[in-house]
Design a protein. Structure first.
Length: 148
C-alpha cells in the first residue's frame, strides 16, 4: 500500500498533471467521452500508448478510458516490464490508473504466454478474452476504438 502511494505520487509529478481549472476549460471536458485503446503489439506500442493516454486526458479531461491488452500487448503490464531505455512501466501505469484509466488483460493471452495472473501489475484486471471485451465495450457501452 505504502509503495503504491509513493509510486503514484512520483508518477503524477512526472506526468505534470494539469490543474483543475485548466482541466475544466479544456475541449471535451465534461462531454462523457468513452474510449477503448487496444494494445496487442508489445512494448513499443505500449510506449506510444502511454503518451497517447496522457495527451488524451490532457486534451479531454474526464474521458472514460479503458486499455485492453491482448497478445504481446500484455507485456507492459507484467511486473518488472521495462521499455527499450530501461524505464519501468509500473509508475506510469499507476499514475494513469489514478486518473481513472482502467487496464484490462486478456486471460487467453496470459494462458498462451504462460504468465500467471499474480505477476501482473496491481492495476491490471483480467478479462476472459480481449477481443470480446473490446467488442462489448464498443457495442454495448458505446466506446470509441483507438489502436495506437
Amino acid at each position: 500500500m505504502r509503495r503504491s502511494f509513493f509510486r503514484v505520487t512520483a508518477a503524477l509529478a512526472a506526468l505534470g498533471v494539469a490543474g483543475k481549472a485548466a482541466a475544466q476549460s479544456a475541449p471535451g471536458a465534461g462531454k462523457g467521452y468513452k474510449v477503448v485503446y487496444q494494445l496487442s503489439e508489445g512494448i513499443d506500442q505500449a510506449v506510444r500508448a502511454i503518451g497517447n493516454l496522457r495527451n488524451h486526458l490532457n486534451g479531454a479531461p474526464g474521458t472514460k478510458i479503458v486499455v485492453v491488452a491482448l497478445g504481446h500487448g500484455i507485456d507492459f503490464l507484467v511486473e518488472g516490464a521495462k521499455d527499450a531505455q530501461g524505464r519501468p512501466f509500473d509508475a506510469p501505469v499507476a499514475a494513469l490508473a489514478s486518473m481513472g484509466v482502467e487496464f484490462r488483460v486478456c486471460h487467453n493471452s496470459l494462458m498462451a504466454f504462460k504468465v500467471p495472473e499474480d505477476k501482473l501489475l496491481l492495476e491490471a484486471k483480467v478479462v476472459p478474452a480481449g477481443v470480446v471485451e473490446i467488442t462489448r465495450l464498443q457495442q454495448e457501452e458505446g466506446f470509441a476504438y483507438i489502436k495506437p
